[in-house]
Design a protein around this ligand. Structure first.
Ligand code: PRP
Ligand code: URA
Ligand code: MG
Length: 210
């Protein structure tokens, strides 16, 4: 297993993940809950950010108090489904820049095919948090991380709602230094590369396309 893997251990998040797994959950509820979980994951993924002390004047007195220090942030969504997580994360990280990588999974080869790429010019100076609800074979996440490294990015994290052991192994092989934060680690992939038990096709459920 990936040494850099953290599974979020929080009853509220697990409860909300169960709502997403339920095939009866409607598109509007699915979207809302993805956004809520994404905000919780923004909280978890920033847990180890460095801080520095500044002087602040309260209504009572002057004191030293911490603020976030270090590299500025950039969230990168793997479209389409990653877009469903961006709003929730931005609620907690309002100053973060946002990049987009368009990737779709070829249904036959399960390889990731890039169709869009737009990121901030100074992305190489930022801590980049790549978001996608699903880490299945890991081909999409691995391609996204490789593309960002080509642009000089050196600080990376990957956030997903559900991870399959196969995807975790792919990232361990190709990007062992990148920490993964997952809402849950599921059992395995089925013959079509879907996560079992999973939640189905995240993009289709978010956007109501099927
Ligand atoms: O780990 P992998 O095997 O690469 O699978 C995961 C990818 O599959 C889904 O996207 P999809 O290709 O369905 O595109 P979509 O978001 O446009 O629906 C999902 O959002 C991931 O990007
Ligand atoms: O289970 C899966 C696997 C890949 N992409 C999804 O949306 N769901
Ligand atoms: Mg999809």
């Amino acid at each position: 297993m990936h040494l850099n893997l953290t599974e979020v251990d929080h009853p509220l998040l697990k409860h909300k993940l169960t709502l997403l797994r339920n095939a009866e959950t409607t598109t509007d509820n699915f979207r809302r809950v993805v956004r809520e979980i994404a905000a919780m994951m923004a909280y978890e993924v920033t847990r180890d950010l460095p801080t520095e002390m500044i002087t602040v004047t309260t209504p009572v007195t002057e004191c030293q108090a911490p603020v976030i220090a270090g590299k500025k942030l950039c969230l990168v969504s793997i479209m389409r489904a990653g877009n469903g997580m961006i709003d929730g994360m931005i609620e907690l990280l309002p100053g973060a820049r946002v990049g987009h990588i368009g990737l779709y999974r070829d249904p036959h080869t399960l390889q990731a095919v890039e169709y869009y790429y737009k990121v901030p010019e100074d992305i190489d100076e930022r801590l980049v948090i790549v978001v996608d609800p699903m880490l299945a074979t890991g081909n999409s996440a691995s391609a996204a991380l490789s593309r960002l490294k080509e642009d000089g990015v050196t600080s990376l994290k990957f956030v997903c709602l559900l991870a399959a052991p196969e995807g975790i192994s792919t990232l361990a092989e190709h990007h062992p230094e990148v920490p993964i934060l997952a809402g849950a680690v599921d059992s395995h992939l089925n013959d079509h590369g879907y996560i079992v038990p999973g939640l189905g096709d995240a993009g289709d459920r978010l956007f109501g396309t099927r």
